[in-house]
Design a protein around this ligand. Structure first.
Ligand code: IPD
Ligand code: CA
Ligand code: CA
Length: 265
């Protein structure tokens, strides 16, 4: 299928799934607990993922499919085409009607994202990028900001499902925020990445994210002229959970190795 056509089809699927989130009712009665602290899934996550799986695999038959609600049970995303999707990123927000959640879809080729779509139905914002073709918000090209860390807005995720990481997360956040302008916490890593890509914020980190949280957003940041890496500047991979940062090009990483090495209570 022609690349532009594929992109438009994937955007259309993301928007259809977004409509499901907007018309969701009775969410409180459709919440189920998953493994880990404060980790929930709703009937909507499962329903959206099932739709994504069947419609995306129709577009690229034979592609591998890694979605949060199937977990990583041996899906190999390192060879050929693979979809890496989060049906609802920001499920906790979704269950509270907080209106900051999105659908995140990446298409990877040989282990690297080549196409990413993040659709936030509440703001009708659709971010997309294709490898080497730039990043866009609702069809308009976007760029990471040219601000420095001192002028920067910091975003972070608290790695909420792993209690041991929460304190470290706040310590790392302090290292950045004390050198920057201020801080926000949205509850959706994919949206946060798109905020860095669109120049609305300068730095994002989370100490543990899964590929479905960042695969699409990471490509969107890179195509917008920003950088993604782990906390020490190492390249991201898309086959296991890891720490993730995203930054505007004028923002340097701060040394937090002592925080990462320390075994905090
Ligand atoms: C979560 C969100 C949140 C981040 C968590 C993620 P989910 O994804 O992206 O911002 O802090 O680490 O797991 O569970 O809502 O898909
Ligand atoms: Ca997620
Ligand atoms: Ca999710």
């Amino acid at each position: 299928m022609q690349e532009e056509h594929l992109l438009q089809e994937i955007i259309a699927i993301a928007k259809d799934c977004g409509s499901i989130l907007l018309s969701a009712s009775d969410i409180e009665r459709k919440i189920h607990q998953k493994a880990g602290r404060g980790n929930f899934v709703t009937d909507y996550d499962s329903r959206v993922q099932a739709i994504l799986k069947s419609r995306l695999l129709e577009l690229v038959p034979g592609a591998a499919f890694l979605g949060e609600e199937d977990q990583m049970d041996g899906t190999d995303v390192s060879k050929g085409y693979a979809f890496i999707v989060d049906p609802i990123d920001g499920t906790a927000n979704f269950t509270r009607n907080y209106h900051a959640s999105c659908i995140s879809i990446a298409l990877a080729q040989d282990g690297r994202p080549v196409l990413g779509v993040v659709h936030n139905p509440y703001l009708e914002e659709t971010f997309h990028a294709r490898k080497g073709k730039g990043a866009y918000l609702n069809g308009q090209q976007i760029h990471a900001s040219d601000r420095t860390l001192a002028e920067g807005l910091i975003l972070f995720g608290t790695a909420p499902y792993d209690e041991k990481l929460i304190r470290k997360s706040f310590e790392v956040a302090y290292r950045y925020v004390s050198r920057a302008e201020d801080l926000r916490r949205s509850g959706s890593a994919a949206i946060d990445l798109c905020m860095v890509a669109s120049g609305r914020a300068e730095f994002f980190f989370e100490l543990a994210l899964s590929p479905w949280d960042y695969a699409a957003g990471a490509l969107i940041v890179e195509e917008a002229g920003g950088f993604v890496s782990d906390l020490q500047g190492g390249a991201l991979t898309y086959d296991h959970s890891q720490a993730v940062t995203a930054r505007a090009p004028g923002v340097e990483l701060v040394d937090v190795s002592d925080v990462l090495e320390n075994d905090m209570p």
